[in-house]
Design a protein around this ligand. Structure first.
Ligand code: NAD
Ligand code: ISE
Length: 333
């Protein structure tokens, strides 16, 4: 049994703890840590795990084989670096770190350590719908992709969610999954600010539109709308030379009632990507036991954060930003 320690026992931390302990095979939760002591201790008690007030102590503990980082974005970098220093496999929720420069340090530290140990939580790569899209694009059944239209909609967000987070916390999912889908890097980014919804707040301009261009000229538009009110809705439509391929909608019964036809729309990421989270973490457990990394790497996390940085700069300057992706080191090939 792989003995796992989890840092951050908030929303997704508790989800991952539950799935590792109750749903997946090969691992158990032996330690948890959170700066919010009350929540952390409660979760530790529920799973009969040891509580650590300090995340670094959890990472260094001899009782812990591998780490899951599910604390807030700004804390990821330091915990991942500590895990690398202690030669422990680490699954880090997205983003790998808050800024691209910190991701670069992680990549350098991992290379210097001589062994790949980092997997980043870009779970859409494991979603059955995206996998189907990838297969169709790869087979070129409908020719080359020309344009991709995406939407990332949350019903609402809390007051701590700010303008940059639409890109750095939400759209990063699209940046990762579209690199993986197309097999191409981005060469430019632009952000357009439509009229602001009245459901937004002072520190949040919502919605936003990101425009990306890939090496071969595929044009991508991503609508990020985190106060859309009606549900959690993720869309991706790949316009190709002889066909249009859409990400399958989560299935739900069609209801006819009260002179109307209706279908349920999910309301959160937990249910929308439940199977994808299960698959990504099972892969992480199995790969860790086999002393390998198979999911999105620190390199992927770095390039995604570089994309986010270019988009944030594009939004701040109101201009189109060129993106120059560095060459992939042989370590990650
Ligand atoms: P949350 O606010 O519910 O939980 C975060 C937890 O981290 C809180 O309990 C907080 O007390 C704790 N924390 C804060 N600083 C800490 C520190 N220095 N050390 C240890 N713990 C600390 O947030 P969440 O929604 O669970 O998100 C957590 C992370 O997971 C974020 O980075 C977010 O981007 C990511 N996330 C990913 C997905 C996905 O779809 N892959 C979904 C949701 C969240
Ligand atoms: C959240 O942090 C996630 O990662 C969800 O998957 C995403 O849809 C949401 O917009 C983010 O805030």
């Amino acid at each position: 049994m792989l003995k796992v320690g989890v840092i951050g026992t908030g929303a997704i931390g508790q989800e991952h703890i539950r799935r590792i302990n109750d749903t997946l095979r090969g691992a158990e939760i032996v330690a948890v840590s959170d700066v919010h002591l009350e929540t952390g201790k409660k979760v530790a008690e529920k799973y009969n795990a040891t509580f650590y007030e300090n995340g670094e102590d959890l990472i260094r503990s001899e009782d812990v084989d591998a780490i899951v980082v599910t604390s807030i974005d700004s804390t990821h970098g330091k915990y991942v670096l500590e895990a690398i220093k202690n030669h422990k496999y680490v699954f880090c929720e997205k983003p790998l770190a808050e800024k691209a420069q910190e991701c670069k340090h992680i990549v350098e530290a991992e290379i210097a350590g001589g062994k790949q140990v980092v997997q980043v939580g870009y779970m859409r790569r494991f979603d059955a719908g995206y996998l189907k899209l990838k297969e169709i694009i790869k087979n070129q059944k409908y020719g080359e992709p020309l344009m991709i239209h995406c939407a990332h909609r949350n019903p609402n967000v809390d007051k701590n969610y700010t303008t940059p987070m639409e890109i750095e916390n939400s759209a990063v999912h699209e940046f990762d999954v579209l690199r993986w889908l197309t097999g191409e890097e981005y060469i430019s980014a632009q952000v357009i600010m439509p009229k602001k919804t009245r459901f937004s707040h002072e520190n949040l301009h919502d919605p936003q539109i990101v425009l990306l261009e890939t090496q071969s000229g595929i044009r991508i538009d991503i609508e990020i709308f985190v106060n859309c009110q009606y549900g959690y809705d993720i869309k991706c439509e790949v316009v190709s030379e002889s066909g249009i391929i859409s990400l399958p909608e989560p299935s739900s019964p069609l209801i006819r009632s009260n002179a109307a036809r209706s279908e349920e729309v999910l309301t959160d990421w937990k249910t929308r990507f439940e199977e994808a989270y299960n698959t990504e973490l099972q892969l992480w457990i199995d790969a860790t036991i086999a002393e390998k990394v198979e999911g999105p790497s620190a390199w992927d996390g770095y390039l995604t954060s570089l994309t986010a940085q270019a988009c944030s700069e594009a939004r701040e300057k109101g201009s189109i930003m060129p993106i120059q992706m560095p060459d992939k080191p042989s370590f990650y090939r």
